[in-house]
Design a protein around this ligand. Structure first.
Ligand code: NAP
Ligand code: HSE
Length: 460
């Protein structure tokens, strides 16, 4: 048997505690899978006196990052502390000291992937990050290895467990947004700063990582347009339901012309009768990246992903459409992915795939990032307008001026309101996002508009 693989855990909270627990309780199983023992040598935390639910031996716990990183018995540093400042230093110091790194820190990779991966290549060490996207779902391996023969043409993902948990709790249990968020925090799904979960930033970080693997693009935060669920009104969840739709926070990557293409251009979402994705022409060299609540038909597979579960739909030019689903947050699922990375390092697989992939490398020629304004979609538009003659006509004229055709209109019958505001919901046919936003700006300027219009893309 090979020498023991020595591990330093930096962070022993929700995820780190789960990793320590399995290392301590299931050492034999891990050794059998890895062909060598995995030993927890050091655990670094903020407060060593804190009571923990995992029996980590007290003599290996400290606050000393440097001692853990430079310990000659440590071969892999597992960064599970979160944040991007100290965590970045820990990761770069570990690589400089010749240690492999495993991390679940999507914010760090999205912000400093290039610097970290270049440092790893210089040090001839590997950085593994299966746990950084979709928790327990092995989407990094699926995209980077199992689908390696494909050019990915589109990705649609439910990538934030906290947001999906909140949306499910609001829709199915009638919970308030605040109560659902508090429950997600209690269950260990949310980030230390839950704003990142609910404003779309966490999903955008994960989309940036997937886009690096699938399209070779290094997306800056401003390259990914984002809207979260923090401003979502329960009224829209109800209207969507009435129309036959569920609202999900989706992270999406569409290569040129693959979403609701112009009439006459084949839409890849509808496979031809032969079912062969290979027949679909795509000369796309551009990709639009965005995160936003989207209305999905109740029957859509992604609409049925509930609670803290994540799901990622990946379309490849050889394979066609594939779907990956599982628990996207929390102790066990995330620890499972971290431990898979540790086994891969112990076996020696991770080092080889890391070197071959050349992620976040200047050498790789990626797709150009396209503005989301060019993506075509149907839209759900909810207005709060004065209930008086001519209002609907004004709105429909503005949409017509931008060549946007209406698919349906919902206004509930109300008692004579004397012109006080009532909700008006309009669903459009496919239109370019940019044109739709121009119309929206004009609608918001109408004297009869009582509040800014609310809009979401429709998934069909
Ligand atoms: P957490 O429960 O807040 O745990 C953070 C751990 O880091 C704690 O043990 C804390 O020490 C330690 N820590 C914080 N600052 C430190 C410092 N300066 N030096 C040493 N240790 C420090 O966080 P988590 O939920 O496990 O998340 C960890 C990472 O995994 C984050 O990057 C997160 O985005 C990612 N992630 C989380 C999940 C999830 O479901 N929770 C899923 C996927 C990825 P104390 O215990 O002493 O406070
Ligand atoms: N806070 C994240 C989520 C954890 O809710 O999805 C998993 O990355």
């Amino acid at each position: 048997m090979l020498d023991t693989l020595g591990i330093a855990l930096i962070g022993c909270g929700t995820v780190g505690g789960g990793v320590a627990d399995v290392l301590l309780r299931h050492g034999d199983r891990l050794a059998a899978r890895a062909g060598r023992s995995l030993a927890l040598r050091r655990v670094v935390v903020r407060d060593p006196a804190k009571l923990r639910d995992v029996p980590v031996p007290a003599d290996i716990v400290s606050t000393d990052h440097a001692a853990a990183i430079h310990d000659p018995a440590v071969h892999v540093v597992v960064e599970l502390m979160g944040g991007t400042t100290t965590a970045k230093k820990v990761v770069l110091d570990a690589l400089a000291a010749g240690k492999h790194v495993v991390t679940a820190n999507k914010a760090l990779l999205a912000e400093a992937g290039h610097e970290i991966f270049e440092a790893a290549r210089r040090a001839e060490r590997a950085v593994c990050f299966e746990a950084a996207v979709a928790g327990g779902v092995p989407i990094i391996r699926a995209l980077g290895e199992s689908l390696a023969a494909n050019q990915v043409t589109a990705i649609q993902g439910i990538l934030n467990g906290t947001s999906n948990f909140i949306l499910t709790a609001m829709a199915e249990r009638g919970m308030t947004y605040a109560a659902a968020l508090a429950e997600a925090q209690r269950l260990g799904y949310a980030e230390a700063d839950p704003t990142l979960d609910v404003d779309g930033s966490d999903a955008a970080h994960k989309l940036a990582i997937l886009a690096q693997i699938a399209f070779g693009v290094t997306a800056k935060p401003t390259d990914i347009s984002r809207q979260g669920i923090d401003t979502l009104d329960a009224m829209d969840i109800r209207f969507a339901d009435e129309l036959g739709y569920t609202i999900k926070l989706l992270a999406e990557a569409w290569t040129s012309g693959t979403r609701n293409a112009e009439p006459g251009v084949r839409n890849e979402k509808q496979p031809d009768s032969s079912g062969s994705a290979l027949r679909t022409p795509h000369s796309a060299l551009g990709v639009a990246l965005h995160v936003a609540p989207v209305l999905l038909r109740h029957t859509d597979l992604l609409a049925q992903v509930r609670g803290a579960y994540n799901a990622v739909l990946v379309r490849g030019d050889v394979v066609g459409e594939t779907l990956y689903q599982g628990p996207g947050a929390g102790r066990g699922p995330t620890a499972s992915s971290v431990l898979a990375d540790l086994i891969d390092l112990a076996v020696g697989r991770a080092q080889r795939t890391f070197a071959a992939a050349q992620l976040w490398s200047k050498a790789s020629k990626g797709f150009a990032i396209e503005p989301p304004e060019r993506v075509r979609s149907r839209f759900y538009l909810r207005l709060l307008v004065a209930d008086k003659p001519g209002v609907l006509a004004d709105v429909t004229r503005i949409l017509a001026d931008e060549q946007i055709s209406i698919s349906s209109v919902v206004q509930h019958e109300a008692a004579e309101s004397g012109g006080s505001p009532v909700p008006l919901v309009i669903v459009t046919h496919a239109a370019e996002t940019g044109r739709f936003k121009l119309a929206l700006a004009k609608i918001n300027r109408l004297a009869t508009a009582a509040a800014p219009a609310v809009f979401f893309s429709m998934g069909d």
